[in-house]
Design a protein around this ligand. Structure first.
Ligand SMILES: Cc1ncc(COP(=O)(O)O)c(C=O)c1O
Length: 396
């Protein structure tokens, strides 16, 4: 059976981590994989999450099955966090299912679209996160790319994006990053989100919003303003939520897919399809992460502590952006590094050619994926000068 298979090339992002681990240089810096890191390079479990875990383990009396939709309390709380007061207003049109991380939500959403409208085309940003096309394309849906990033200006190609969306047929699916666009860090402004919502409504498009970094751009509310602008206006919307980054629950595989339908009857049908799709693929999601996140969100003191920890993480990423921009500007006077502080979240594109990315790795032991996506959270006071020297040498 399996001798017919040829080995596949490494995953573009996970392959970078493997190469980093093999490198024996003491100088090596990992700016590859998309995890938050503190000053000492750790990816911490927030204290509020730890405490919720302690309470949960103490109180747990059974590990019986939870069902395909997962933890209903989690589902309600997580969509509440995303939609705020709108969650209540849209409750009779929203069907939420717990998923195996944000990836599971994206895949389940794609499968639901495939069942509902097999010929639907999903339009993804150019560029987009390396796993979007495999995750969504594996459902059999067709994918196309819309203009998103102007590499020369290192900013959103907003006019081109809007113009593209204005030509899409009704029923086209538009995959949008709610905030902290991966890999560019370039997000629409509040006004631009309004314009996107207007064209989505006018053309009858179906937004599929990937919410993987709520709280990592500015704060838990500001980061979902675009999502809420859309949810307020359109009859149908999908949102894929990940708790990997903001709750630090990466390996617990915690997420949700919420689907807003045009009415309660459609909502009820969607819920049955979500459950059947889950049942056919993996039956039920894991419990632990969702139970922990639900505890954090449902306990006022833990929630407050968690919000403060998220705020500390975002403040660190913003200060690292400013630090790196200043260190690069000191090495390359006359170059503009304002994009580093304008962009949001963990990622920015270095804007280097693939050959330079290879030199960064082979000569300087600084690791980023082939597209030059840098994880800002991998920078620290200890390595910022080293990274700035290496990057400046290639940008000069
Ligand atoms: C843009 C984007 N969407 C979704 C995810 C899904 O994350 P997870 O499956 O770990 O929840 C990630 C993780 O890196 C991401 O960067």
């Amino acid at each position: 059976m399996f001798e017919t298979l040829d080995p596949l090339p490494p995953d573009p992002i996970l392959g970078v981590s493997a190469a980093f681990r093999r490198d024996t240089s003491p100088l090596k810096v990992d700016l590859g994989v998309g995890v938050y890191r503190d000053e000492s390079g750790n990816t911490p479990v927030p204290a509020a999450v730890r405490e919720a875990e302690r309470l949960l383990i103490g109180a747990q009396t059974s590990k019986s099955y939870v069902g395909p939709a997962g933890n209903v309390d989690f589902n309600e709380r997580i969509i509440d966090l995303a939609l705020g007061p709108l969650a209540q207003a849209l409750a009779d049109r929203t069907a939420t299912i717990q998923t195996v991380g944000g990836c599971g939500a994206l895949r389940l959403g794609a499968e639901l679209l495939k069942v509902s409208r097999p010929e639907a085309v999903v339009h993804v940003s150019d560029p987009t996160w390396a796993n979007h096309e495999p995750l969504i394309g594996s459902s059999g849906l067709r994918l196309q790319r819309y203009p998103y990033f102007d590499a020369a200006r290192r900013d959103l190609a907003f006019e081109a994006m809007l113009e593209y969306c204005g030509r899409l047929p009704a029923g086209a699916v538009l995959l949008l990053h709610a905030c902290c666009h991966n890999p560019t860090g370039a997000d629409p402004t509040a006004e631009q989100w309004q314009a996107i919502a207007e064209v989505v409504e006018r053309r009858g498009l179906v937004p599929f919003v990937d919410l993987a970094y709520q709280g990592f751009g500015d704060d838990l509310e500001t980061d979902v303003a675009g999502l809420r602008a859309l949810a307020q206006r359109v009859p149908e919307l999908l949102v894929a939520v990940s708790c990997s980054k903001n709750f630090g629950l990466y390996r617990e595989r915690t997420g949700a897919l919420a689907v807003i339908s045009s009415d309660a009857t459609a909502r009820a049908a969607v819920a049955t399809h979500q459950a059947r799709l889950a049942r056919r693929m993996y039956s039920m999601p894991p419990d632990h992460g969702a139970a922990v996140a639900a505890r954090v969100l449902g306990n006022a003191a833990l929630r407050q502590a968690w919000q403060e920890e998220v705020a500390t993480m975002v403040a660190r990423m913003k200060s690292l952006r400013a630090l790196l921009a200043a260190r690069l500007a000191a090495r390359l006077p006359g170059h503009d590094f304002g994009w580093l502080t304008r962009q949001r979240g963990m990622f920015s594109l270095l804007g280097l050619a693939e050959a330079d990315i290879a030199r960064l790795r082979d000569q300087h032991h600084v690791y980023v994926p082939p597209d030059g996506r840098m994880n800002v959270a991998g920078i620290s006071d200890a390595n910022v000068d080293y990274v700035a020297d290496a990057v400046a040498a290639l940008l000069a």
